[in-house]
Design a protein around this ligand. Sequence first.
Ligand SMILES: Cc1ncc(COP(=O)(O)O)c(C=O)c1O
Length: 365
Amino acid sequence: MFIPISQPSITQKEIDYVTDAVKSTWISSLGKYIDRFEAEFAQFCDTRFAVCVSNGTVAIQLSLAAHGIKQGDEVIVPNLSFIATANAVLHCGATPVFADIDPFHYCMDPDSVEKLITPKTKAIMPVHLYGHPAPMDKLLELANKYGLWVIEDAAEAHGATVHGKRVGSWGHCATFSFYGNKNLTTGEGGMITTDDEDFYNKCKYLRDHAMSKEKRYWHTEPGFNFRMTNLQAALGCAQLERVDEIMAKRQLIFQWYQKHLGSIEGISINRTSAWASNAYWLICLENQDWDLIKRDQFMIELKKRGVDSRPFFYPMSDMPYFSEEVYTPHTHEIYQKGINLPTYFDLTEEQVGFVCTVVKSLLNA
Ligand SMILES: Cc1ncc(COP(=O)(O)O)c(C=O)c1O
């Protein structure tokens, strides 16, 4: 038995919808599934609009560009995230500024953010990490106080809520990823959600080379080709129809892990704030005893016994192309102590039991 970290859930519905899209000959970025996926995803997030794009990274880049963020501007991001969060800022010519996380839920800490605000700051980009939402109410308060945009990076948290309100509907806009390991997938793919009609139109315009609506092949600025295909959108429509069962299964998987690993000293798995609901993108196992060497050795031993895992992200500011040294105490401590365990729709209770037995035997617990 080998249990992967992640695996998409593809049923006959996905196959039927994609087949229908292929047979329709609408295989590029026009077609009925595009409009439907956007409309239904907006409804899912409780926003007025959604714009689908080719992946979650360019969803961030396009949002930043549509806000006019450019060279000389600063965007505050949490230091613990997938590198796409910071890279998208760089690709707009702007500078990512790294805030620390709250060690309880691993998302951006508003107190850390406030200390980093300068006259150059244009936006705050909270990330809903591993499925737990960032404290959006506090971050919005800050943003309002300083007149900043809030762009949610919701790549990992489809369906999570803050005070009962879905992620994707808190910021001025939000971005999602539909990569194959995400809670909802289109293979590759991304989405921007927003309530702002002008911003929505700007995103659609820039997504398609900034072509004038009145005059075809007339371009008033250098736009992008960030379009999604109708085939990907067909897959997305099928996944979205199944979203309730997909979300419910992830809650169940968390409960199974919690039952086996929840009461071992020095070990913890995902904590959820009282004000949040967690989308459980990935089970997070944190061990107070680990440093980088012990953690990496643990993952090797897991793999030998048939269990895949992955390390927490490195602090983004540690990447060699960021020359300035940044120290964010919580991020720099926690990343060494955490791994992700298998989390996907088709996991059975027996398989989770097997993973936990292996984990416990390696921990001597
Ligand atoms: C937090 C975060 N932001 C952005 C992305 C980028 O998404 P994509 O891989 O679809 O470009 C990811 C995805 O992997 C992510 O985890």
